[in-house]
Design a protein around this ligand. Structure first.
Ligand SMILES: [Zn+2]
Length: 313
């Protein structure tokens, strides 16, 4: 059976709009770099003050937060970027927001290391001792840094999920093996920072609010390994292979785009077979079966875990 699908793309810019988009991306990058320069300058100024013996309580302020960066940007943009009015202020805000988040993560990492060096209330052999004043101070700073990063993350995830639900009637997420990904050192930081579970939780209740639908693709659905053109399934696809090349039909496509097309096909199949109101859970519908192929399940799994049986379609 041939299934014809319509895909809705979020962007279809005219040439003039392409230029505007490029300009806005450049604006965000400009704001990011400008802010980074400001933070670096403030930090070296602070170092210099320290060496002159300026008391600790009166150092130059380093604009770590989005609020501080935005205030500094608004004061300086006339000089730093006389063309700033050509772009939406949101473009600059995006750049500064990215910088604030990165700074907060860096600061958190630095404080973690510093905290480990301080003399805490426990001796290495488990006894008790008086914690140093610096330990107490670093502990407080570490708590504040954790809270800041958590807030930024929460706000970012809320913005993302609200936008997705407002823009699309159906949203597809993959039921990824997050604990397995966290065990992979190269993926761990990126995964932990994104907060996958939280994204899914918010999408679940926000799609309900907007009477949209959340389709959850089964963990074992080979969305990346399946060809979106002919349905062939590769046995192996290394994480480093960013382009999908099908040896069956010759399709060459960006890896993530190919996986997204498979997930879009899944959502369309679910809409056909389950009606408009039901949420799809599990492997009842798979892109691989459209071409008459048995879906290959080749992801590694932990010993002793049960694999869910696909239900009959
Ligand atoms: Zn193919």
């Amino acid at each position: 059976m041939k299934v014809t699908q319509a895909y809705r793309y979020a962007l279809d810019p005219a040439p003039g709009q392409v230029a505007a988009l490029a300009s806005h991306c450049g604006a965000a990058r400009f704001a990011f770099n400008w802010g980074l320069g400001l933070v670096k300058a403030a930090l070296s100024q602070r170092e210099a003050e320290k060496s002159y013996g300026v008391p600790d309580e009166l150092p130059t302020e380093v604009p770590w937060s989005l609020y501080g960066l935005r205030r500094a940007w608004n004061a300086a943009k006339g000089r730093a970027a006389p063309w700033w009015a050509d772009n939406s202020k949101e473009a600059y805000n995006t750049g500064l927001d990215g910088l604030a988040h990165r700074s907060a993560l860096k600061r958190l990492r630095r404080l973690n290391k510093q905290f480990a060096r301080r003399v805490g209330p426990r001796t290495p052999d488990g006894g008790r001792r008086q914690a140093s004043a610096r330990w107490v101070k670093t502990k407080a700073a570490l708590g504040a840094a954790h809270a800041r990063v958590a807030n930024q993350r929460r706000e970012g995830i809320h913005k993302l999920t609200s936008r997705l639900v407002a823009t699309y009637g159906t949203v597809v997420v993959e039921d990824l093996n997050v604990s397995g990904m966290l065990a992979n050192r190269r993926l761990a930081r990126a995964v932990a920072d994104v907060g996958m579970a939280e994204v899914r939780r918010q999408l679940t209740y926000k799609t309900t609010w907007n009477s949209g639908r959340l389709v959850v693709a089964d963990r074992w659905l080979p969305s990346s390994k399946t060809c979106s053109g002919c349905g062939a399934v590769k046995a192996k696809l290394a994480l480093s292979e960013r382009t999908y090349t099908c040896i069956e039909c010759g399709l060459v496509l960006d890896r993530d785009h190919n996986a997204a097309l498979n997930l879009a096909a899944l959502a369309a199949d679910v809409a056909q077979s389950c009606g408009e109101t039901q949420n799809a859970r599990g492997g009842a519908v798979r892109p691989g079966t459209r071409a008459g192929r048995a879906p290959a399940k080749r992801e590694p799994r932990k010993r002793g875990t049960l694999r869910r049986k696909p239900e009959a379609a």
